[in-house]
Design a protein. Sequence first.
Length: 389
Amino acid sequence: MNGEPKTERRASAGRPALFWALGAMLGSFACAPEPSRVHAARPEAPALPLEMPGPSPRGREAATASALNATCTGCHSEIAAEWRASFHAQAHHDPAYQRAFAIEPLPFCQGCHAPETSANKPVPEAAADLGVGCVTCHVVGDHLLASSSGTSSAPHAVTRTTEFASTGACANCHEFAFPDLGPRGERSLMQATVHEHAQSGASDVPCANCHMPRVGSGSSQHRSHAFPGGHDAGFVKSALGVKAERRSANRLRLVLQTERVGHAFPTGDLFRRLEVSAEAIGSDYQSVGRARRYLSRHWSEKQQLARVVRVVKRDDRATQTPLEVELELQLTGNESAAVAALPLAWRVAYQRVEHPRSEAEEDSVLDGEIEIASGTLPPLSKGEPAHVH
């Protein structure tokens, strides 16, 4: 295909019909494939680059989008069930989003979380219930988009393109700059996942390889539309390898390295982070000295013109390059003498920060967390070397 989009269509259909009418068109066709009546488009004048999915405006009414989406779910029932359970389907109703939106009710946010309606108006029920629907990603302009690797025939027009299977299909919603360009004076990325991916050793691996793994078998095999991410415990735990070593009585070193991840970890929302912590455990199971560190994009607030904007102070998230994290327990004089004979417990957790209440990182409201790894290193005997876990 040489990377060029190919439109499969019914022989009698002529040019692809506007997809505002697609629902009616689908209603008149059976769901069974009709290979003898589908063929590639004839060569025509070079087309403009295909538009990829993105936030509103979509150019259609929410009720139209909802009705059109129902024609998708009516035939693709297995995929529809995966999507309904996903955070794409819950993009607007997600309680964490609703709480955050109540604090900062910006059209900029609504454009991605309710993309089937205007970002500047109240969200109608149809758009709220749809969230990021089948049509949000697959029906763009006059095209019903699909990857070029598909082989099945469909009873409606399909535009197959390599770009839809690439990072470009996700980029418009999963990477964007802060909306306050004026006060900043320069573009600054609020979410930088695509940029991180381009700089990683997996830049040639599409997002779908991890976030839409192949499921099923035989004729029912397809890419999952459950979209696993930061709420999926198994998925999150598989993203990071951790090694722990007791360096001395009150010092611990952890080595963190991402595994099969094509971006920094965590990525996405600007407040997601890793909490790395350790404590000595006394004979009565009470904590004797603690240490804690957060790995994230660390933000500060800066006065720009008449507004306060967030700027990155530093970024110490985990990547493919091993990251060494040193923790030193804070002890009193009496505790220092006894801690070598106590075990050290350590823990690494992935945290979704709902919103920070101040620049003090421990003063944050959490939406939830997933423990990635934990363990206990034994006490040090006199003259004993460090322990590795």
